[in-house]
Write a protein that binds this ligand. Structure first.
Ligand code: PLP
Length: 429
């Protein structure tokens, strides 16, 4: 029997799904009691330096007094209220900030419950836009291989077909049009043949294509690929030329992570539709948004339907909006540019891993560090090693990567980088 405040890990193992795991042979889950700043505290009493920012989201660290206050204050007004026929200050405040910080043409905001839903909304907007223009043929989405856009069905349909096991859902999952993943690296020269291949796909298929969806500059869950801004520029030009809307999925890259406030700025382009999520609430709650231009919004609403057919129950949740608004204020107050530039410099030490036989590539961009290995890691084994060494890092496939909170100190980053070096050098994976 467990006492009241012990975490019942055995119940968890028997009954609760965790992300991407088997219920029969679950990976171990470490019981966490609390987290503060960049530290995660385990029930065992150990504390870990956080290298993951809870999947790109906890920018300002855990248990932040200003974010806590935002939630507490809002909870005393109302934690939730329906958004149909009602509006409120937290939603208006956060949308004002989103419109001010994203590229100028993006003027209309749809608040969604999470990243995948914001991608569903983006795709729906694109298809509904063309339908309203009297074009019922543009139903397909074009997208590069190796992408990741979420786990709901339409979002999954534009994820990498192999990673997302599309073959399992054949006949149910909509079939989209895939183009080759971007190859030229962010720091390399752009291979013009990539542009030619893209052009041939647009030329052959544009009449059926409603939108092109892409993660700008960093393909994250599909392989932590930092690609050349010219690829994105080319896609933007081709979308204009062939009447295809461009959806940029900034859910992972948004809010400073790549060294620009939004990764589209690396290519100096503006999408027609943009999704943000993950870091939007500073990692406190689930909230995402789909932004679009006046032109697309007008195009949708002038048409036969007259409205955008979407409206989740918890749309514009006041608690989530209030904490997002506070988190966006903190981003500026904390000088995110300086934070990210410092982390980027400190992450340089990961380059030491390049001397190790097991490593194929080390790369950094903004506050992201990636060590790519020759073989796939044993997640349970390496995670045990990392916990024993006082850090929280969760690799996948052949990739050990860091996307630490922006408030990380030099000591935090040193601890994370040396744990990675040690794990590889000692073959602890
Ligand atoms: C995480 C992620 C999503 C999905 O967001 P959820 O909040 O997990 O639904 C979509 N696109 C990108 C690029 C992501 O990184």
């Amino acid at each position: 029997m467990c006492t009241d405040n012990t975490i019942d890990v055995e119940f968890d193992r028997q009954h609760i799904w965790h992300p991407y795991t088997s219920m029969l042979k679950p990976l171990p889950n470490y019981p966490v009691t609390h987290a503060n700043g960049t530290r995660i505290y385990l029930q065992s009493g150990e504390s870990l330096v956080d290298g993951m920012a809870s999947w790109w989201s906890a920018l300002h660290g855990y248990n932040h007094p200003e974010l806590n206050a935002a939630i507490q204050q809002q909870s005393q007004q109302m934690s939730h209220i329906m958004f149909g026929g009602i509006t409120h200050k937290p939603a208006i405040d956060v949308c004002k900030k989103l419109i001010a910080m994203t590229p100028k043409p993006l003027q209309k905001v749809f608040l969604a419950d999470g990243g995948s839903v914001s991608v569903e909304v983006a795709i729906k907007m694109a298809i509904q836009y063309w339908f309203s223009q009297g074009n019922q043929r543009k139903h397909t989405i074009m997208t590069p291989a190796k992408g990741y856009h979420g786990d709901t069905f339409a979002a999954m349909s534009v994820c990498d077909p192999i990673n997302s096991m599309h073959s399992m859902y054949r006949g149910f999952l909509p079939e989209q049009h895939f183009v080759p993943a971007p190859k030229s690296g962010f720091y390399d020269e752009f291979d013009e043949r990539e542009a030619a291949v893209l052009r041939s796909h647009f030329q052959a298929h544009h009449e059926d294509i409603a939108a092109f969806i892409i993660e700008p500059i960093v393909q994250n869950a599909g392989g932590m690929n930092f690609y050349h801004p010219q690829y994105l520029k080319t896609v933007r030009q081709l979308c204009d030329e062939f009447n295809v809307l461009l959806i940029c999925d900034e859910i992972a890259t948004g809010f400073g992570r790549t060294g620009k406030l939004f990764a589209v700025e690396h290519a100096d382009i503006c999408p027609d539709i943009m999704c943000v999520g993950k870091a939007l609430t500073g990692g406190y709650m689930t909230l995402a948004a789909t932004l679009t231009t006046d032109k697309v919004a007008r195009g949708i609403c002038e048409g036969e339907a007259g409205v955008l057919m979407h409206g989740p129950t918890f749309m514009g949740n006041p608690l989530a909006c209030a904490v997002a608004d506070a988190s966006l204020s903190l981003l500026y107050k904390n000088d995110w540019q300086a934070q990210v530039a410092n982390i980027n410099q400190w992450l340089e030490q990961l380059k030491a891993c390049e001397t190790l036989e097991a490593v194929t590539n080390v790369r950094t961009l903004g506050a992201i560090g990636v060590v790519e290995l020759k073989r796939t890691v044993d997640v349970a084994k390496i995670q045990r090693f990392f916990v024993d060494n006082g850090v929280w890092i969760r690799p996948f496939g052949k990739l050990i990567y860091l996307m630490p909170p922006f408030v990380s100190s030099e000591d935090d980053i040193n601890a994370l980088c040396s744990a990675i070096y040690k794990a590889i050098a000692q073959d602890a994976y």
